[in-house]
Ligand binder design. Structure first.
Ligand SMILES: CC/C=C\C=C\CC(=O)SCCNC(=O)CCNC(=O)[C@H](O)C(C)(C)COP(=O)(O)OP(=O)(O)OC[C@H]1O[C@@H](n2cnc3c(N)ncnc32)[C@H](O)[C@@H]1OP(=O)(O)O
Length: 319
């Protein structure tokens, strides 16, 4: 589906009011009346591998949803992740996103059966250059899928339970904030399947944990590590006792973010992502350019007034 069409569909979401409305979802996943309504709405489409709900005003909850396949990421899921986050990027009803997963594990990484299909496709030609072109396109598509989280202007909070393997680590390191359950475990497993990780972990993990030494150890060995180590090295910032409290905590954080000025939050994300790759001076130049506009916005005036009057919930216009 084109990004244009997806944007249009996501924009059809019912107005955000407290409560649960569902867009582009798996009807059987959420047995609320809202799900049925949304599923029946003409023009609504369904993602096959993602379930999307809007549990709080301006908060979208995206779930990896191939529970019977341990949320292994097949081609369809790669495409849908990209479409979904690109669509939410321009959706004015979305200010913060929680990404979690249904079923036993967060994700078993790339779908290995799908990889076998790719092998079949490659065997259709004997020409190594043509095989190379096929692989180039696939890798680029998968990279873009993961990068859609980082490029999405809205903060993305990932909530990991149980296994987060291979491509799962690529995925979560492209998010803004990571939480997990105490039974979560992580593995940069690519070397174990005979490849170098190529969709983001090697670039983002060292920055996320702030240690080249540990990142290289994890990437060279593919050793599994648990929630406690993920927390102590800074890969995740909070650990919850179970999945229910994890998702509740992640949604509460998303709600807190969604109550802030969307201009302030989205500019903050843009500048923090930019500053990861640039010098301090370049980062300062970048934010100065943004803020010479943003400090004239009604959000700024309203937020300052709210501070002075101790109004803890100023209402900001959609962005
Ligand atoms: C261009 C390339 C871009 C990106 C590349 C990314 C690379 C990677 O993602 S590398 C990592 C690949 N994933 C794995 O190696 C995971 C292997 N699986 C496991 O380690 C375990 O299954 C587990 C995730 C820890 C879960 O363990 P458990 O709960 O005990 O379940 P199992 O009994 O092991 O598995 C049940 C069932 O699922 C099948 N399965 C597991 N993982 C995958 C997978 N990634 N793809 C496809 N299928 C998977 C497993 O074979 C079992 O199948 P049965 O038919 O029931 O035997």
């Amino acid at each position: 589906m084109s990004v244009y069409r997806l944007n249009k569909l996501i924009r059809l979401a019912p107005n955000m009011t407290a409560g649960r409305s569902t867009v582009a979802m798996q009807p059987q996943r959420h047995n609320t009346s809202h799900s049925a309504q949304a599923a029946d709405t003409p023009g609504h489409t369904s993602f096959k591998t993602l379930a999307i709900t809007t549990p709080k005003p301006f908060v979208f909850h995206v779930e990896l949803h191939r529970p019977n396949k341990l949320n292994a990421i097949n081609k369809q899921m790669w495409l849908e992740i990209k479409d979904c986050f690109e669509g939410l990027s321009t959706n004015p009803d979305c200010r913060a996103i929680v990404l979690s997963a249904s079923g036993k594990h967060f994700t078993a990484g790339i779908d290995l059966s799908d990889m076998m299909n790719l092998g079949q496709q490659l065997s259709d030609t004997d020409d190594c250059a043509r095989k190379g072109y096929i692989l180039e396109r696939v890798i680029k598509l998968y990279q873009d899928s993961i990068s859609a989280l980082e490029q999405c202007p809205k903060p993305v909070i990932t909530a990991v339970h149980q296994a987060c393997i291979g491509a799962g680590v690529d995925l979560i390191t492209a998010s803004d904030i990571r939480y997990c359950t105490q039974d979560a475990f992580f593995q940069v497993k690519e070397v174990e399947i005979g490849m170098a990780a190529d969709v983001g972990t090697l670039q983002r993990l060292p920055k996320a944990i702030g240690s080249q030494s540990l990142a290289r150890e994890l990437c060279f060995t593919g050793r599994r590590f648990e929630a406690s180590e993920a927390h102590s090295c800074g890969l995740v910032s909070r650990v919850f006792p179970d999945k229910e409290s994890l998702v509740t905590g992640a949604l509460a954080l998303a709600e807190q973010i969604a109550n802030k000025s969307p201009i302030a939050v989205q500019t903050t994300k843009a500048n923090m992502v930019y500053s990861l790759e640039h010098t301090n001076q370049e980062g300062l130049d970048h934010i100065r350019w943004y803020n010479k506009l943003n400090l004239q916005s009604e959000d700024f005036a309203q937020a300052v007034a709210a501070q002075l009057t101790k109004d803890d919930k100023p209402i900001f216009a959609k962005l």
